[in-house]
Design a protein. Structure first.
Length: 327
């Protein structure tokens, strides 16, 4: 099978929005490659192994590639995507001097080629992500997340995912019930279980992500503890959709969301509703230009700010529902 490869060169701050638009237009997979050069610092605080070669992407820019089946109306896709990127400044994202190009690839050329760059990655003091095709001997006390991200987001290498896992490590004490909104490859759901959570409900609107997350849950032997559902944010809970008999039921201890700031702002009220008094909302995927908006939204909903963690230009909030709050 052949696929249309749509390639966008845009400023890094716009990369998540571009990827979001590609998915909205029906991409079967999306990849992001940021600029790397000799003088760009690389975070090695957790012993990361960088096997990614240097590239010629301009500093401050990223290459985002979306893959569409050969029967797709690629002219419509490119036109809609270009219009959406042009409109990004209205939302506070500067795409820079972006370009959009189209090519064709064979499925085998893109589905597996990226795997040579994905190596075992320690993302917290206790968690290491290991791709299924790599051999790795864990240290004593080290928890391993087996991962094959397939065509969905979430290898753990992006700062927003690492921020979420580190925040989860800081709040999970053992026995918590967790909802993971926008689960992608399922990495946060699996990570929460490896850190001691009792059960997780993993939600995503993208059927490709639901399939990928379900497979990764099985890889880690957690089918009985993690339920993966297709849902628009917390819609499955709001609508009273029937969930697994022994699965997660609100109110819960933790809600974690690694998605765009605009979408986090839409779900803050629902997160407050499904949390127990004293529960924790971890919100990541927030670029620095949206930090104040998300902070204001959390405070307006009644959350208390517990922590704010950063990596590069990305921010994750750890917010608590007041213990005396009953809703």
């Amino acid at each position: 099978m052949r696929w249309h490869e749509v390639t966008v060169l845009a400023a890094e701050q716009a990369q998540e929005m571009v990827a979001h638009y590609m998915n909205e237009l029906g991409a079967g997979g999306v990849s992001i490659e940021e600029s790397w050069s000799e003088d760009r610092p690389r975070d090695m605080s957790f012993g990361e192994w960088y096997d990614k070669p240097l590239n010629d992407i301009p500093a401050g820019y990223a290459v985002i590639k979306g893959y569409y089946p050969e029967q797709a109306d690629i002219g419509r896709v490119v036109g809609s995507l270009t219009d959406s990127i042009r409109g990004l400044p209205a939302y506070g994202y500067d795409p820079g001097n972006f370009t959009v190009g189209v090519g064709e690839v064979k499925e085998e050329d893109w589905a597996d080629a990226w795997k040579k760059y994905f190596k075992p990655l320690q993302v917290t003091e206790r968690l290491t992500i290991k791709p299924t095709w790599e051999d790795y001997v864990p240290r004593p006390g080290e928890a391993i997340i087996e991962l094959d991200p397939g065509m969905a987001f979430g290898t753990g290498s992006h700062p927003t995912t690492a921020l979420c896992l580190r925040a989860l490590e800081g709040v999970i004490r053992g026995g918590e019930e967790v909802i993971d909104v926008g689960t992608g490859s399922g990495i946060l759901a699996v990570g929460a279980m490896k850190l001691g959570a009792r059960r997780v409900l993993a939600l995503d609107l993208d059927p490709v992500a639901v399939s990928s997350a379900t497979a990764n849950v099985k890889l880690n032997g957690l089918e009985r503890a993690i339920e993966v559902r297709r849902s628009d944010l917390l819609g499955a809970i709001r609508s009273g959709e029937r969930l697994a008999a022994e699965g997660v039921r609100p109110p819960v201890d933790i809600v974690v969301a690694n998605i765009l700031a605009e979408i986090i702002l839409r779900m803050i009220g629902d997160a407050m509703e499904v949390l127990k008094p004293g529960g924790v909302f971890i919100a990541s995927g927030i670029y620095e230009n949206k930090e104040q908006d998300v902070e204001a939204g959390l405070l307006a909903a009644g959350f208390e700010l517990i922590d704010r963690v950063r990596e590069e230009d990305w921010i994750a909030f750890v917010a608590g529902k007041p213990k005396g709050e009953v809703r």
